[in-house]
Design a protein. Sequence first.
Length: 155
Amino acid sequence: MRSTSKTTGRAGRRTAAFTLLEILVVLAIIGLLAGLAITNVDKIFGGAQDTTVRLFVGQTMKTPLTTYRIHMGSYPTTAEGLQALVANPGSKSGWNGPYITDGKLPKDPWGEPYQYAFPGTRNKEGYDLWSKGPDKQSGTADDVGNWETAPGTEK
């Protein structure tokens, strides 16, 4: 009696392999996903840059500026700027800096220096600290600052 578990010949042999059509479908799907990812990279990183600036102007610089104010009695003037956190503006007594750990003023994600004004025009009781945003123009709608925005105007 002959065993039926063994198949002989070409017609009875099955191999585990992908067909050309299956491979092409997978490549097309990967291509579509890559295309979607590439077109949305600007949105993904643009949101990260905006968040980074909001954290920097709202939280990160608060401690150095407050420490400066405690030592000096007031925030740096607009003329002194943020540079007063790195080097003694003139020969003021009480300056105990630098107030920024590495002694360098960071730039915003678009490579521009942060803008500073004291007394602030938007924060009447304090200082204004802002980035000019991606258009690198101060006073435009894409500026990101340490002031409250009107409801519905945030990005």
